[in-house]
Write a protein that binds this ligand. Sequence first.
Ligand code: BES
Ligand code: ZN
Length: 624
Amino acid sequence: MKRKSICAGMAFVAFFQLNSCLNKPEKNISDDIMKVYVQDPHSYARPNEAAIEHLKLDIKVDFENKKVSGICDLSYIKSAKAKSIVLDTKSLNIHEITYSDGTVANYQLHEEDPILGAALEITLPHDNQNIRIVYESSNRAEALQWLSPQQTAGKKYPFLFTQSQAILARSWIPLQDSPGVRFTYEARVQVPTGMMALMSAENPQNIQNDGVYHFEMPQPIPSYLMCLAVGNIDFAPVGSRTGVYAEPSVLDEAHEEFNEMDEMLAIAEKLYDEYRWGRYDLLVLPPSFPFGGMENPRITFATPTILAGDKSLVSLVAHELAHSWSGNLVTNATWNDFWLNEGFTVYFEHRIMEALKGKEYADMLSALSLQGLREEVAAFIKSGKSEDTKLKLDLAGRNPDDGVTAIAYDKGYYFLRYLESYVGREKFDDFLKDYFDKFAFKTNYTEAFIPYVQRELFEKNGLEPIPDLKEWIYDTGLPKTLPAVHSTRFAKVDEAVSAWKKGQYQINTSDWSSHEWVYFITQLPEERSSGDLEKLDNMFHFTRSGNAEILGVWFVLVAQNLYEPAFPAMKQFLIHTGRRKFLMPIYTALLKTQKGQALAKEIYAQARPNYHFVAVNSLDVLLR
Ligand code: BES
Ligand code: ZN
């Protein structure tokens, strides 16, 4: 309803030029009402000529040969003059392409680029027809990670999961792999018996005896949100709209850890209106999952490293849930506008956590965010990459993964906090609510966002625009108007750190959460004597911590200072955990010394087969 009235209003045209008013358009529509897409440097697709609208997938998951194979039916919308449709592929084997009348299509699979893959250009017949592609993935499919039973918790069944963001969907489905192109989908997936299949769609809650699963995703999504997980997975409901999936031996623990999910969902809706995706479930993956979380619609994928036993790391769930608005509902048009996804999501995540656990808690998250931001900016500038400290990125010719930094997340977050502080929270919330509604199921990009903010946030409220709006977005480094944060809980940690440095070891840590511990460890001087680390470890048992965030920062200290007693545990952690955020800093710290280098290489040789491609891709640069 709301969407129609927006599309009808011509006043919005300038800001909505990207957006489709056409859910189920007529075939061969005239060019003047064809949706206008921003040029995406990371896709070969030419959606301004022909854009996919619906995907029907019929695939078989073959664990023995580690491949996904089957049929991909695509319906599309095209301009009258389009002669072909271009899809993205990467390392796919294309067997046959036909039109819906059964005739064989002419197509060309262009040369493969190491980052972008290969354009698949299919000649279109005069009348619109569906395209049917018979294909299979190869053993180089970068989105897919095939786990042996040994790499799972249950050790009996293999496991498969996908990671499509940013541009890896093309390695398991031929499609227009650009965040600006949205489509609905349905799928039939055949898996070995005894296993469950889950997708970013309406999901089963029980294992099907015949191993055949049917999925439907009625809301249009961009390709990077396509996902599939197959394993011996069980389900436990949390609330009426939420639940947890995990391997049976992990399920109870996961269910306990995430039992605030329904509450989080209610908080999110109270902030920025209706959750538009039906259910919100979460799947706990085996530890090789390369990220903390991935916001696949209806089914967030999460690392088991957030199972801390005390709910201390659930802000990650808040983050992925927030993406149901920022990112999944309103999507960055290209990866150069990634901050529109992540900056908004961090802001929203912190608001959820503030409502759930109070302001002092949220202030700790903000302080850690600022610390990470300052460190990352300093590191970029030091290494001569100050261009990468701009919110608006230019990632053409590069892997969009290069944009996954604290800039998009934390500079983006602080920019929104600055806007909030300027207009006041109430007005800012109204603005955001309206933003999510107006751009729902659409894309946005930086150049459209600027005039939108000027009009909808400032003019509407009778305020002068902030003078440094463009500086925030287009300049390097950190602006002078970077908001300050004060964390009362961290102030106490600061006192403890200075006491510790003076040799006063009796510090009161009884009410510390893992955030305080992480902050404490990162505030200690980088270079410590081995004796010092021993004292820390004897008092606080970091090496034996069950909290991955604490281990993550502790092992950096261990690696930097070659604190040998913790080596076995660190090695275990590096081999077992595939989360890139932990791996990169620890390996980097090891590489700083000669002895560490040898150890890093030895561990990496053993661990590499356990890691997902996206982790390997980053680590190879460091270690090979
Ligand atoms: N969508 C991201 C993960 C991602 C980004 C994957 C870019 C591939 C390319 C997800 O929402 C995310 O930000 N995850 C964070 C968690 C977080 C709480 C900041 C992570 O994995 O650490
Ligand atoms: Zn995110």
